[in-house]
Design a protein around this ligand. Structure first.
Ligand code: WT7
Length: 641
């Protein structure tokens, strides 16, 4: 048995679940025994959700890269840690063994050290999906620097805000990134983000696309030069070493920015030991990983899914993780299936939006593709509709592979509610049962717990699991406000859910002003702020509406002054503005010009009404008597796109 804590039967699930709630400290210390520690913990768990303060494995010391890399070297040194599939299927595949990963991570840790990076410093990483991105992440972790990866689709302005918030002093980027037919000029975006920046000292630039870049003397350095220099420092007589820095269990491992219902994105902070234990435990149990299997998570490392299930979860389990540089529809819509066949993928973990988009191409792209290696399928990021679930089950899994529907969030670090592949039952469109250690509950608007089944309410969690967020960077009060103040003594997820008579959960979606567009979280307030930056815009209101492929689309109601050109031109300019301010992922799908917005007498926009209109449900708008000017509703209804 490779993972003594792997749950192999339904009975064991129930047993472990019960034990994890009755004796969480005993349960998690047994799991934690399986890792490599520099110093063991003094106490397993201390917490309160009032401040909030959560401490797992307090007093322990470790380095997460020793657990993700070094401890596998004796037995698995020549096994692939990563298989890298390039954007262009004709280019060379790269296989990174654990030995090679060890060398590269040691080298990069040395590079960071040479450039002056120290434990606790913030390093911002803005790269495409290349192995060097993983080396950068792990290199930071090896010296205890805090990484903050920013997804390649974010704009210069978004990066600037994050650099400022994190007070980052170092950046790792590339000249460019390939995504299908496009080349994203990453370094040039970074250059724009750095205008006016006063904290960044060094920018390390990896060469991928040979896109022309400006290299500023004293600030910008080439990845290749630095790595070559560091090689002789870390390798002596064929032996590679870079002493990993011992970090405290609760030292921050990384910051990852995510959107909420108000204000700018916040930096979710995850700490080291709890995150390591949880990503490993959930990886091994949700997907029922068996040594030797190839795990393909299609997310980008710029999101939490990539952090937890491309890098930390799989590597800490000594797994083989497939990393894909490109997109599912290039050169054609059969790309995922080609990859599965080519690399004999055993576990495929993707988003409902990708499944729905591929469904749209019919069965042709699947023809003659050998998918027989697949054993487990997974979905994440948004509710999966039954049609997509069945398509995935029939045409990808050939009804032979259990599908895990994994519900979790950036803030939760890893999966909280999911069936366990082949171990607990899969129910189409239900995330189903909580992982051991997770105590979900449903509450009504007043925070009263809804007991009995079936039930419907707002989803909260009663007690901390090891990888709950510890704070929001630089603003602990915001963390308390956002997650721990809505319902006293509970972590509030922002999601609504149903529970059936067996205790299974079905996540119905966000109950706050957060949109989920193609599995990406976007705050309506953020999009509104960006739209309002456009010079002709007076005010705007953004809501989501059902979108066949994206799950939710972005619908913007906009009040303009003196429309300069045609409405069409203004629409394009607004879209361009949002692209500039946030990034292409936040572009509105629909823009309706209106002369007013439905507001209450106290000036609050009634989004409920706007949502209904955007959804096309204009017949039953509910109570509109509290509106300041009910007339605007008629106008908006009649002008609906
Ligand atoms: C929100 C979190 C978890 C990594 C990717 C997204 C929604 C996530 C599911 C699921 C229904 C889901 C929730 C959640 N969500 N997984 N299996 N079923 N909804 O992370 O960007 O932090 O978004 O995604 O609404 O709150 P994120």
């Amino acid at each position: 048995m490779h993972y003594p804590y792997q749950i192999t039967s339904l009975e064991q699930y129930h047993r472990d679940y019960r034990r994890s709630t009755e004796d969480p400290e005993g349960f998690w210390s047994e799991v934690a025994e399986q890792f490599q520690w520099r110093r063991k913990w003094d106490r397993v768990l201390q917490w309160n959700f009032r401040e909030p303060k959560v401490e797992w494995f307090g007093g322990a010391q470790l380095n997460i890269t020793e657990n993700c890399i070094d401890r596998h070297l004796s037995g698995k040194g020549e096994q692939p840690a990563f298989i890298w599939e390039p954007n262009n299927p004709e280019d060379r595949v790269r296989v990174v063994t654990y030995n090679r990963l060890h060398k590269r991570v040691c080298q990069f840790a040395q590079v960071l050290t040479n450039l002056g990076v120290k434990k606790g410093d913030r390093v911002c990483i803005y790269m495409g999906m290349v192995p060097e991105l993983a080396y950068a992440v792990l290199g930071c972790a090896r010296i205890g620097a805090i990484h903050s990866v920013i997804f390649g689709g974010f704009s210069a302005q978004s990066i600037a805000d994050r650099l400022e918030d994190a007070q980052a002093e170092y950046i790792v980027t590339a000249d460019g990134a390939y995504r299908g037919e496009k080349v994203i000029p990453l370094k040039s975006v970074i250059d724009d983000a750095l205008i006016g920046n006063r904290t960044v000292k060094k920018v390390i630039v990896y060469t991928r696309t040979r896109t022309p870049v400006s290299m500023i003397k004293g600030r910008d350095v080439w990845w290749e030069d630095e790595m070559e220099y560091a090689e002789s420092q870390v390798e002596k007589d064929g032996i590679v070493s870079f002493p990993a820095v011992a970090t405290d269990a609760e030292d921050p491992l990384f910051i990852l920015y995510t959107s909420g219902s108000t204000g700018k994105p916040k930096g979710v902070v995850h700490s080291t030991a709890g995150y390591m234990v949880w990503t490993n435990y959930t990886f091994v149990n949700t997907f029922q990983y068996k040594p030797g299997q190839v795990h393909f998570c299609t997310a980008d490392i710029g999101w939490i899914t990539g952090h937890s299930y491309i890098v930390y979860g799989p590597l800490s389990a000594g797994a083989t993780s497939l990393m894909f540089e490109g997109i599912p529809t290039w050169p054609d819509a059969g790309r995922f299936w080609d990859i599965v066949q080519k690399h004999k993928v055993n576990i495929l973990y993707t988003a409902p939006t990708a499944i729905r988009s591929l469904m749209g191409f019919g069965l042709e792209p699947l023809k003659d593709k050998d998918l027989s290696s697949l054993q487990v399928l997974g979905t994440v990021g948004e509710p999966i509709n039954e049609e997509a679930w069945h398509w995935y089950d029939e045409h990808v899994g050939h009804k032979q592979s259990p599908i895990v529907d994994t519900w979790w969030q950036t803030e939760t670090g890893g999966v909280l509610i999911s069936n366990l592949a082949g171990v607990t039952p899969a129910i189409p469109s239900w995330a189903s049962l909580p992982m051991p250690g997770v105590q979900p509950l449903l509450v009504d608007e007043n925070g009263a717990e809804i007991t009995g089944n079936p039930a419907s309410g707002n989803l909260c969690i009663r007690a901390p699991w090891p990888s709950i967020l510890r704070t929001t960077w630089g603003d602990h009060e915001r963390c308390r406000q956002t997650y721990f103040s809505t319902y006293e003594g509970l972590y509030f997820t922002g999601d609504g859910a149903l529970r059936d008579e067996h205790g299974n959960y079905r996540i119905t979606g966000r109950v706050d002003d957060v949109l989920n567009v193609s599995g990406h979280r976007i705050g309506t307030a953020e999009v509104e702020n960006a739209i309002n930056m456009h010079s002709d815009v007076v005010e705007s209101a953004v809501v989501g509406y059902p979108h066949d492929i994206k799950g939710q689309g972005i619908y913007a109601y906009v009040i303009c002054t003196n429309l300069r050109g045609s409405e069409e031109d203004t629409r394009k300019n607004i879209i361009q503005t949002v692209s500039r301010i946030i990034g292409p992922i936040a572009k509105p799908d629909r823009i309706q010009f209106v002369s007013g917005l439905p507001k209450t007498r106290s000036g609050k926009i009634m989004r409920r009404i706007l949502r209904k209109i955007a959804e096309g449900e204009t017949a039953n708008l509910g109570d509109t008597t509290t509106l300041l000017d009910p007339g605007v509703v008629e106008e908006i209804k009649n002008g609906k796109l």
